[in-house]
Design a binder for this molecule. Structure first.
Ligand SMILES: Cc1cc2nc3c(=O)[nH]c(=O)nc-3n(C[C@H](O)[C@H](O)[C@H](O)COP(=O)(O)OP(=O)(O)OC[C@H]3O[C@@H](n4cnc5c(N)ncnc54)[C@H](O)[C@@H]3O)c2cc1C
Length: 382
């Protein structure tokens, strides 16, 4: 179905990304999975092509596009079937960097934007802690005033890009007498700052080429201009960017669903069994037809939600619905597609096997399904 929400600029982006993914990601993705890293050269190339500035205002060197660009960027990267590459790039562009552009002063933006846009500087968003995931209010990392600057203490858990990235956007408590929602702030913390330690790189089930790590901050001295946005308003900054982050996530899910179904169609139409192909089995083709219908419905929901966002409409409910439903659906879809690949779909190195590992995180990370459903429930009226 041709989405009615896309303008010419979105379609052009879609075409460019499709070529980029086919030529510059797919041929190398397996090697990066084995090496457990996405090469900086690829990220620089993405910067060169303008992919890290899609949502950034033109005045700062970006393209000034809307939320549909976030979705298309995520969706097209996800079609590569290399979830590790997709998350490396989308965390940088749509989950970390927006904190700078949403809340940064002119000086902060002028200082950090060129590197973030070119891919010279890779960003991370550091909110989660060992004792604070879904319950963001539980964060304990603190920043206290010290002369003109700040001292940061604490630690973060499960931080994407933390090993190979360069700058962390860190949530820390700045008023210990207040709840985190009224007493937290965001900070720009260079990885190179004294007292920042990558405690360990975490070993994951999927997203093998993406790096995820635990971080510790031991009396990290930060200058006054490390504070991003208003003091004690960091929680709102996090909540605000959750919308972009979750739209990006939903974009990944729809790209993966469509790709898994296409891969499976290819397989069942050629795989011979019982005197014909698997496609000749009514149960197989009807299941695939239903998966395709669901994937299309999911795609329309995600595009429509991005369009609402681009119109300035409050769409927390729709974003939460998209994140929850598509996150569950992509798991069901890829699981069913892997089933139709038979034993070969269980073998390492096949795209469907990699996707089956990669998609498991989607009902957990960036807002677990249950947390998203609470957001929807809060906004349901008779
Ligand atoms: C690979 C990976 C990459 C990540 N990258 C980042 C990153 O870059 N930056 C960052 O800050 N964080 C990151 N995270 C953290 C991620 O967002 C959290 O794991 C997620 O928010 C869930 O938090 P938790 O793991 O503490 O689970 P918990 O909060 O302990 O929840 C465990 C489970 O309990 C259930 N649950 C939780 N709350 C409720 C509720 N209210 N009602 C019903 N059920 C509930 C859910 O099923 C949930 O999965 C990453 C995590 C992973 C695994």
């Amino acid at each position: 179905m041709d989405p009615v929400h896309l303008k010419e600029e979105h379609r052009l982006l879609q075409d460019q990304l499709r070529r980029f993914v086919a030529e510059e990601i797919v041929p190398h993705g397996e090697r990066w999975e084995e090496e457990e890293m996405v090469p900086r050269a690829l990220l620089r190339r993405m910067g060169e092509l303008g992919y890290f500035g899609l949502r950034v205002p033109e005045a700062y060197g970006g393209s000034g596009m809307d939320a549909l660009a976030t979705v298309i960027f995520a969706e097209e990267l996800a079609r590569s079937t290399f979830g590790g590459v997709t998350i490396t790039a989308t965390v940088h562009t749509d989950m970390a960097s927006p904190h700078l552009f949403n809340a940064g002063t002119e000086e902060q933006i002028r200082r950090w934007a060129p590197g973030l846009l070119s891919g010279e500087t890779i960003g991370c968003i550091a909110v989660t802690e060992a004792e604070a995931g879904s319950d963001v209010q539980n964060i304990r990392t603190s920043a206290r005033r010290d002369g003109n600057g700040w001292v940061l203490d604490g630690g973060k858990m499960f931080i994407t890009n933390a090993v190979h990235g360069d700058v962390y956007f860190v949530a820390a408590r700045t008023d210990p007498d207040q709840k985190a929602s009224r007493g937290s702030s965001m900070f720009i913390v260079p990885k190179a700052a004294k007292g920042v330690e990558v405690v360990r790189k975490l070993d994951k089930m999927g997203w093998r080429s993406s790096d995820t790590a635990q971080l510790a901050f031991d009396s990290v001295k930060l200058p006054a201009d490390a504070l991003l946005g208003e003091e004690n308003r960091g929680f709102y900054a996090i909540m605000k960017n959750f919308q972009t982050e979750r739209l990006s996530a939903a974009g990944i899910y729809i790209g993966e669903m469509d790709t898994a179904i296409r891969l499976t169609l290819d397989y069942v139409k050629t795989r011979r069994a019982f005197g014909g192909t698997l496609w000749d089995q009514q149960a197989v083709r009807q299941r695939l037809a239903m998966l395709a219908a669901q994937a299309e419905a999911a795609r329309q929901l995600v595009y429509h939600t991005a369009w609402l966002d681009s119109q300035g409409v409050d769409c927390v409910k729709e974003v939460s619905m998209a994140k929850a439903w598509c996150g569950e659906l992509v798991n069901q879809t890829v699981y069913a597609c892997q089933q139709f690949h038979g034993g070969s779909g269980y073998m390492r190195g096949t795209p469907i096997e990699r996707m089956a590992r990669d998609v498991r995180i989607h009902t957990i990370g960036g807002g677990a399904t249950e947390v998203m459903l609470e957001e929807v429930a809060k906004r349901m009226e008779p």
